[in-house]
Design a protein around this ligand. Structure first.
Ligand code: MN
Length: 221
């Protein structure tokens, strides 16, 4: 048995809908610029832009129902609701274990500085508690045909889009990640956000959903 110098952190995991088992999280891959209307709202040219990859640490996961202390060093914290793909072993459902709904929390002010300086996005994207995610619904219980992704802030609809508007669909994203990175069971993929991103403040509640999936609801305190 390995002797650690101090107690390792417990593995990060998410509930799996309908069971008492949990989904052990390995890496979090994120896709940026995957909906044309979001590319445009961020000042980009959707006809010339390609989706991009970045990552968040697994430890940034927040379970649905949590209160999130407002993060430090930002006056422009933004929500981005996203379909999340949960990768499993290759022999289950072709490697797609299930799906969830996530919120890619972004310190937009820090991201703008990073973009202007050509610097990394870690402080903007991979800060503590920056990846709220719903319970994972096993793929056999999911039907995304014609499904829409929506986000409500304090009950008001702020983001809504057919999932079909994704520039790279789920299969294309997985194919590209498999070619380029090391995609393994336990990996989560945040697949990008549609238009309507905006700020959150202390006291706000966010609630995101996709038909046939568990909801993500968090509150900022
Ligand atoms: Mn995003």
């Amino acid at each position: 048995m390995t002797k650690y110098a101090f107690k390792p952190h417990d593995p990060v995991s998410l509930p799996i809908a309908g069971t008492d088992e949990r989904f052990p999280v390995r890496r979090i891959y994120c896709i940026g610029k995957n909906y044309a209307d979001h590319v445009v709202e961020m000042g980009g040219d959707a006809t010339r832009s390609e989706p991009i990859f970045f990552t968040k640490a697994a430890e940034t996961i927040v379970q649905s129902g949590a209160d999130i202390p407002f993060p430090p060093n930002t006056s422009d914290l933004h929500y981005e609701v996203e379909l999340v793909v949960a990768i499993g072993p290759d022999d289950i459902n072709g490697g797609i274990f299930g799906y969830g709904v996530g919120i890619d929390l972004t310190r937009r002010d820090l991201q703008s500085v990073a973009k202007s300086k050509g610097g990394p996005w870690d402080r903007a994207k991979s800060f503590h508690r920056s990846a709220p995610c719903s319970a994972v619904t096993p793929a056999e219980n999911v039907n995304l045909d014609g499904a829409r992704i929506v986000l409500r802030k304090n009950g008001d609809l702020v983001q809504a889009s057919p999932l079909a508007n994704m520039i790279w669909n789920v299969e294309e994203i997985i194919e590209r990640l498999r070619e380029d990175m090391d995609l393994q069971a336990g990996d989560l993929i945040y697949t990008g956000t549609p238009a309507g991103v905006g700020p959150v403040r202390v006291g706000d509640e966010l609630s995101g959903g996709v038909e046939s999936l568990e909801r993500i609801t968090v509150r900022f305190v």
